[in-house]
Ligand binder design. Structure first.
Ligand code: PDD
Length: 281
C-alpha cells in the first residue's frame, strides 16, 4: 500500500503530519471519498466539483487544478493495484506556527493527504440475492452547514456508533420532525410508488450517489421527487434506501426493529439497483 502526502507517494508509516496541523487541532479541513471500479475512478468530475465547493466555502485555496487532481488520484489507484477501491482525499488548512482559532496570516501551505481502502461488494451489484440492512432513527445533532464535506465528523461518528450498538448499519437522522440524511449517506423512500429524497440544502450533504440515482430515475422515466420527508412518512414508507459512494444503494428492511414494507428489499430498489449497475459498467 502507498499513501500520498504533500507531493510524495510513500508507505503509510512513513507519512508524518505536524501536531500543529489545523486538521488535527481544529478539524479544519474537507475531504472526499471517490470510488474506483476496475481501477477507473467513478464520477470523478462530480466529486472534484464538490471538493472545489467545500474548499471555497471554508476559504482554503485549492492547491491543484483538475488535471493535477486527476493524475494524482489515478497514480494513487495504480500504486495500490487498481481494482475496486475507494480513494480518500483530505485537505486541511495546514500547520500554523501557533494554535489560534482564526486562520493563519499569511496563509500556510494546505496539507494534502490521500489513501485508498478496499470496498466491499455493494448490495446493488446482486439485486436478487441482496439481504438488506437495518437502520434506526436518531436526532440530527450536527451543525447547520452539513452541505460542506468537513472532516469534523464527531457527531456523525457518535451517531453511527449508536446505530452499530443497536445492531443497525445506519442512523437515519431527523431534524424538526423531518429526515435530513444518514450519518454517512443520503436517504430515499418510496411513497405511493414515487421515489422521494429530501432536496439539497445546508442541512445535508449533496451526495454524488444521490444525484446519480435521481438522474437515473429521471432517465428511466421512474417517478422521482425531491421533497421533504416527515418522520411519519418515513415510518410508513413502502421502501427505504440509503446511498453513498462506498455502499452505493442499500435497501433498509427494518427501521427501529419494525419491517419496512414487506421486510425484504423492495421491487423499486431492485429496478433502480439494476440501472445503477448497468450505468457503472
Ligand atoms: N460519506 N451524507 C453524509 C453525511 C456522508 O458522509 C456521505 C458520504 C453521503 C453520501 O455522499 P456520496 O454519495 O457523495 O458518497 C451523504 C462518505 C462515503 C464517507 O464519509 O466515508
Amino acid at each position: 500500500t502507498q499513501v500520498y502526502l504533500n507531493g510524495n507517494f510513500m508507505a503509510p508509516d512513513q507519512a508524518r503530519i505536524s501536531p500543529l496541523d489545523r486538521g488535527f487541532l481544529f478539524a479544519d479541513g474537507v475531504y472526499e471519498v471517490i470510488p474506483a471500479y476496475n481501477g477507473v475512478l467513478f464520477r470523478f468530475d462530480e466529486h472534484l466539483q464538490r471538493l472545489e465547493r467545500s474548499l471555497a466555502e471554508i476559504g482554503i485555496h485549492n492547491p491543484h487544478d483538475p488535471a493535477q487532481w486527476r493524475s494524482l488520484c489515478d497514480s494513487l489507484v495504480a500504486h495500490n493495484g487498481g481494482g475496486n477501491l475507494s480513494v480518500y482525499l483530505q485537505i486541511t488548512r495546514g500547520a500554523a506556527q501557533k494554535r489560534d482559532h482564526a486562520f493563519p496570516v499569511p496563509p500556510v501551505t494546505p496539507t494534502v493527504f490521500m489513501m485508498t481502502s478496499p470496498v466491499a461488494v455493494p448490495a446493488a451489484d446482486s439485486p436478487d440475492t441482496a439481504q438488506g440492512s437495518l437502520a434506526i432513527t436518531l436526532d440530527d445533532i450536527r451543525w447547520a452547514r452539513c452541505d460542506i464535506k468537513s472532516i469534523s465528523l464527531l457527531p456523525n461518528s457518535l451517531l453511527r456508533q449508536q446505530a452499530v450498538e443497536a445492531g443497525a448499519a445506519e442512523a437515519i437522522l431527523l431534524r424538526d420532525g423531518f429526515v435530513t440524511e444518514g450519518s454517512a449517506s443520503n436517504v430515499f423512500i418510496v411513497r405511493n410508488g414515487t421515489i422521494v429524497t429530501p432536496p439539497k440544502c445546508h442541512a445535508i450533504l449533496g451526495g454524488i450517489t444521490r444525484d446519480l440515482v435521481v438522474e437515473l430515475c429521471v432517465a428511466e422515466g421512474l417517478p422521482v421527487a425531491e421533497q421533504e420527508i416527515s418522520e411519519s412518512q418515513l415510518r410508513q414508507a413502502e421502501e427505504i434506501w440509503v446511498t453513498s459512494s462506498t455502499r452505493e444503494i442499500v435497501p433498509i428492511i427494518q427501521l427501529n426493529n419494525s419491517p419496512v414494507g414487506s421486510g425484504q428489499p423492495g421491487p423499486v430498489w431492485k429496478t433502480v439497483a439494476r440501472h445503477y449497475v448497468n450505468f457503472k459498467r
